[in-house]
Ligand binder design. Structure first.
Ligand code: F6P
Length: 391
């Protein structure tokens, strides 16, 4: 049976370029005589049958607009499965949910589904394919760029540019006041956004979740060395998920202790919600408590002052840049072609400069910056060489 009606949903946090993917899908669908149905608010709309037909005639240049036309949510029908620890129980519940979900295709009156999302959304799609052979294609999305199956996700470069612009601009006020600015960049688990925007703007210290930092050697010593070398203002790019090493936490931190962390609100799996600490604000407090740092600044003619800026959701806001518009359109086109081929259970992915496909289950996993990355080497050189070359 040829595919006649395709459902599309977007799940998880929004990202610039989601509408570009939609437009790419719609262009190819129109040309192939396929009808597209927008399923609203991600998996929530899928489960509750909330949908709306998408008419390309009313959507000129949709690819240039930020956000998602069909709304999004973090609703995850597999939440209960993730909470289980017993492998057999997990497997049984996963199968049961997949079978229930497969029956929704009929209620929604769709022949196939394109799910656009991050590891959470695509994890659900992968399970639906694995356990019920659902006619499903995945498109990878997250501004964090932390999906294993693709070199870049759309939305990432728009967010990197946005953070770089803010940091570039902040240098004028930092310079005017001779201040230390700590800029907190999105990225709970992976540091791609902080690393790329930090390097591009020439941040003086870059802290990411993958390499837990030592307050003494990675922050205080660097600031002292920089001020000794004549630098009067400093920019620290810090991931929202950056965290001190255990050793440094116990040894150097005065405003948070192990008890603070134990008392934090927990996520559904019992892990402390470290993000609620707002690491940039903690760093400001910690640096302000360091008389030795203040003295070193004073000796070098600078009054120590430190401020934090949390970029937060501004990083997902606004229109996609040209790269993300094109990548979104290419992903949309590739996803619809895959539907037409009826080759399901795949995720479209950017590999080098080509848009290819790979099994959903493989691609929908998390990716991190690895120790051997040239970005880590660049970061470390940027931090060190600038002050050392002036000594
Ligand atoms: O997953 C993308 C992301 O932007 C993370 O970097 C950030 O921690 C999170 O979403 C914020 O999510 P929410 O919009 O649900 O607050």
């Amino acid at each position: 049976m040829a595919i006649k009606k395709v459902g599309i949903l977007t799940g998880g946090g929004d990202a610039p370029g989601l509408n570009s993917v939609l437009y790419g899908i719609l262009l190819k669908a129109f040309d192939s005589g396929i009808e597209c149905i927008g399923i609203k608010k991600g998996w929530k709309g899928f489960m509750e049958n909330i949908k709306e037909p998408l008419n390309i005639a009313e959507l000129d240049d949709l690819h240039t607009i930020g956000g998602t036309l069909i709304y999004t949510s973090r609703y995850n029908p597999y939440k209960a499965v993730h909470k289980l620890s017993d492998q057999k129980e997990k497997e049984e519940l996963a199968k049961k949910i997949a079978t229930e979900m497969a029956s929704k295709f009929k209620d929604l009156d769709i022949d196939a589904l394109i799910a656009i999302g991050g590891d959470d959304t695509l994890g659900v799609a992968a399970a639906m394919f694995k356990y019920s052979n659902a006619k499903i294609i995945g498109v990878p999305k997250t501004i964090d760029n932390d999906l294993l199956g693709t070199h870049y996700t759309f939305g990432f470069w728009s967010a990197v540019q946005l953070a770089s612009n803010v940091m570039d601009n902040l240098t004028t006020t930092a310079r005017s006041h001779q201040r230390v600015f700590i800029v907190e960049v999105m990225g709970r688990d992976a540091g791609f956004l902080t690393m790329y925007s930090g390097i591009s703007t020439g941040a003086d210290i870059i802290l990411i979740p993958e390499t837990p930092f030592d307050l003494e050697s990675d922050v205080i010593d660097v600031l002292k060395n920089r001020v000794r070398s004549g630098y009067k203002y400093h920019l620290i790019a810090c991931s929202e998920g950056a965290y001190p090493s255990k050793e440094s936490l116990l040894r150097d931190f005065k405003t948070i202790t192990k008890k603070t962390i134990d008392n934090l609100p927990k996520d559904e799996y019992g892990n402390p919600l470290l993000l609620s600490l707002k690491i940039s604000k903690i760093l400001v407090q910690e640096l302000n408590l360091r008389d030795d740092l203040k003295e070193e600044f004073k000796k070098n003619g600078v009054d120590f002052e430190c401020r934090s800026v949390v970029l937060g959701h501004t990083m997902r806001a606004g229109t996609p840049n040209a790269f993300d518009r094109i990548l979104g359109l290419r992903f949309g086109l590739a996803a619809m072609k895959q539907v037409i081929k009826e080759d399901f259970g795949k995720m479209v992915s950017l590999q080098g400069n080509k848009v290819l496909t790979m099994p959903l289950e493989e691609g929908a996993r998390k990716k991190y910056i690895t120790k051997d990355s040239d970005k880590i080497e660049l970061r470390d050189l940027l931090v060190k060489v600038r002050y050392k070359s002036k000594q």
